[in-house]
Design a protein around this ligand. Structure first.
Ligand SMILES: NC(=O)c1ccc[n+]([C@@H]2O[C@H](COP(=O)([O-])OP(=O)(O)OC[C@H]3O[C@@H](n4cnc5c(N)ncnc54)[C@H](OP(=O)(O)O)[C@@H]3O)[C@@H](O)[C@H]2O)c1
Length: 336
């Protein structure tokens, strides 16, 4: 066998190994590398003050639990104070934090007039904000033609303007200290789009543009990091709380969650993103991860595929099946 042939076999093997790794991946390749070789959240995030919005449920709630194990000081915000108190009590069950380390701060993201006062309250309590996690938000399950325009306004007010407003209040403090992390939980729907969620997609695409723009404005502050995280389907109450045709009517039931990523796994990857100051991160099981890569690098093909898959999504929605579960049979989850 010649050296040339040996090299070709080696290259082919390497390609197959990389392909297999990609098929098993549940995050983009930079994130997977950071998880393997990067800085550990346990080393990087301790002693920080972290403000999490949307902390009363789902991803934000799990973030509170995992952050509390790292010994950070926590500010928990959402609208429902009783749910935040429940999350706080559970955080205190592990002995890393004391009562004084967790501030429950009820906040409505759509009430932007309250954001300045809330920011002052955090600074008064802890003296600094190291990390703002913009996580609070709602999704949508309705077709444009059936949907009241007010739903579109609400989605922008909450997911986009609410996040912009809170970021604008916290940023001067980070600029003064020349350090801080602004971490935003966007969605793969902020990179791609799908039917039944046109308003949600718009709000998340808007966030992507906003934070990419802001990052360039902050180029003279290398100590301030803007991280945008794009999860695919994750177990939470997102579908239950999703807007439908009318502002006051949400979906009301969560439906099948078995095919979605476990919340704990998603949050672990969020912590790795924070510890490594990654700027853009995709977190998702296959086939959604593959679809995102296709959308990024083969947009025309992906637009064609989306319209085929979209038809199925709408049909399933009309038959009462969770829209996302319609694409493929669940793949075996390795992290559950
Ligand atoms: N789960 C997924 O599949 C998925 C995928 C991609 C992206 N995401 C994003 O992840 C984030 C968290 O969602 P989740 O999946 O954890 O859903 P979730 O379980 O429904 O939690 C949403 C959180 O947002 C809060 N919230 C809603 N409206 C608010 C308002 N007006 N002001 C302040 N807080 C508000 C809720 O608290 P209150 O009701 O108490 O206010 C709750 O704590 C969202 O930004 C979502 O877009 C989720």
């Amino acid at each position: 066998m010649t050296w040339g042939l040996l090299l070709a076999v080696f290259a082919l093997l390497l390609l197959v190994v990389q392909l297999l790794r990609f098929l098993r991946a549940d995050g983009d390749l930079s994130l997977m590398w950071a998880e393997w070789q990067g800085r550990r959240p346990e080393w990087e995030l301790t002693d920080m003050v972290v403000w999490v919005t949307g902390a009363s449920s789902g991803i934000g709630e799990e973030l509170a639990y995992q952050l509390s194990k790292l010994g950070v000081s926590l500010v928990l915000s959402a609208r429902r104070a009783n749910e935040l108190e429940r999350v706080k009590r559970k955080c205190l069950e592990n002995d890393n934090l004391k009562e004084k380390d967790i501030l429950v701060l009820p906040l409505d993201l759509t009430n932007t007039n309250s954001h300045e006062v809330a920011t002052k309250a955090v600074l008064q309590e802890f003296g600094k904000i190291d990390i703002l996690v913009n996580n609070g938000g709602r999704s949508q399950r309705s077709l444009l033609l059936d949907t009241n325009l007010d739903v579109y306004k609400e989605l922008m007010d909450l997911n986009y303007l609410g996040t912009v407003s809170l970021t604008k209040c916290v940023l001067p403090h980070m600029i003064e200290r020349k350090q801080g992390k602004i971490v935003t939980i966007n969605s793969l729907m902020g990179v791609m789009s799908a039917p039944l969620a046109s308003g949600y997609c718009a709000s998340k695409h808007a966030l992507r543009g906003f934070f990419n723009g802001l990052r360039t404005e902050l180029a003279t502050y290398p100590g301030i990091t803007i991280s945008t995280i794009y999860p695919g389907p994750v177990q939470s109450n997102i579908v239950k709380n999703a807007f439908t045709e009318e502002v006051r009517k949400s979906v009301g039931c969560e439906g099948d969650q078995s095919f979605k990523m476990a919340t704990s796994r998603c949050v672990r990857l969020i912590l790795i993103t924070m510890a490594n100051d990654l700027k853009e991160v995709w977190i998702s099981d296959q086939p959604f991860l593959l679809m995102t890569y296709l959308g990024q690098y083969m947009p025309t093909f992906m637009l064609w595929l989306s319209s085929k898959l979209g038809k199925r999504r709408i049909e399933n929605f009309k038959n009462g099946v969770d829209a996302d579960s319609s694409y493929f049979k669940p793949l075996k989850k390795k992290h559950e």
